[in-house]
Design a protein around this ligand. Structure first.
Ligand code: PGA
Length: 249
C-alpha cells in the first residue's frame, strides 16, 4: 500500500511568516500521509529549523552539475546539506519559461538521485497536445528521457507528478477520470521498464489546481497517490485541509 503524499510548491512566493504559519499548523495535523513544502531557496534554512519533525523539505529546482562556474545555480549536494529530502525537477514553468528540455530535466533528475535527494519529476501535456490526442505521446517522451539517462530502475525511490499544463494555476482541474487515466498510463510505463515492484511502490502525484474542494475525489482514484499543490499551498489552512483529506483517505 502506497502512502499518500502532499507537497506544496510555493513557486516564487512566501516569506518567513508563511513558514511560521505552516510550521504551526502542520504540528497539529500529523497523520498517516507524508507532507512536504518546497519554498524558494532563501527560505530553506528557516523552514528546516521550524518545520515539525515529519514534515519534509524540498527545493523547486536543482542544477544538473555538481559544482563549478554556473552562476545562479544550486547543486543537489547543497540542497541536501540545507535539509532537503526532495527536489522538484522539470516543472512545466521551468520547461516553458526557462526552456528546459527533456535531456536537461533528465540530467537534473540524475543529479538529484546521485546526491541522495528524492526527485519529484513533473510531466504533463499542454492543452493543444491534449486536444491533438498526444497526451500519452508527450508524457511517454518525458518519461523516456529519464529512462535513457539512468541505468537500472530509474524510478525506484523517486516520485512523479502528473501536471497537465492547462490545469496549472488556471483553476481548471483535470477530472478525476482524466487524471486517473494518465496516472495509470505512467505506472504502466514504469512497470514495463523498471518492473512491477517499482511501479507498484511509486508515488504518482496529481498537480494542477488541486484545492480543498476537489482534493478528495482526485485522491480517491486508485493511481493518484497525492498532490503537488501550487496556489493552494500558500494558504496554510487550505493546504493542511488537503493534507487531512489525504491522511484520512
Ligand atoms: P497550482 O500549481 O496548484 O497552482 O495549479 C501546481 C504546480 O504548478 O505544481
Amino acid at each position: 500500500m502506497r502512502r499518500k503524499f502532499i507537497a506544496g510548491n510555493w513557486k516564487m512566493n512566501g516569506d518567513q511568516e508563511l513558514v511560521r504559519q505552516i510550521a504551526e499548523r502542520a504540528a497539529d495535523s500529523a497523520g498517516e500521509a507524508e507532507l512536504a513544502v518546497c519554498p524558494p531557496y532563501p527560505l530553506l534554512p528557516a523552514a528546516a529549523s521550524q518545520l515539525p519533525f515529519g514534515v519534509a523539505l524540498g527545493a523547486q529546482d536543482v542544477s544538473e552539475y555538481d559544482s563549478g562556474a554556473y552562476t545562479g545555480e544550486v547543486s543537489a549536494s547543497m540542497l541536501l546539506e540545507a535539509g532537503c529530502r526532495y527536489v522538484i525537477v522539470g516543472h512545466s514553468e521551468r520547461r516553458t519559461l526557462y526552456a528546459e528540455d527533456n535531456a536537461r530535466v533528465a540530467g537534473k533528475f540524475q543529479a538529484a538521485r546521485q546526491a541522495g535527494l528524492i526527485p519529484i519529476l513533473c510531466v504533463g501535456e499542454t492543452l493543444a497536445e491534449r486536444d491533438a490526442q498526444r497526451t500519452e505521446a508527450v508524457v511517454g517522451e518525458q518519461l523516456s528521457a529519464v529512462f535513457d539517462a539512468v541505468d537500472g530502475a530509474a524510478f525506484q525511490g523517486a516520485v512523479i507528478a502528473y501536471e497537465p499544463v492547462w490545469a496549472i494555476g488556471t483553476g481548471r482541474t483535470a477530472t478525476p477520470e482524466q487524471a486517473q487515466a494518465v496516472h495509470a498510463f505512467i505506472r504502466g510505463r514504469v512497470a514495463e521498464r523498471d518492473g512491477q515492484d517499482v511501479a507498484d511502490s511509486l508515488q504518482i502525484l496529481y498537480g494542477g489546481s488541486m484545492k480543498p474542494d476537489n482534493a478528495g475525489e482526485l485522491l480517491a482514484q486508485p493511481d493518484i497517490d497525492g498532490g503537488l499543490i501550487g496556489g493552494a499551498s500558500l494558504d496554510p489552512e487550505g493546504f493542511l485541509s488537503i493534507y487531512n483529506a489525504a491522511a484520512e483517505g
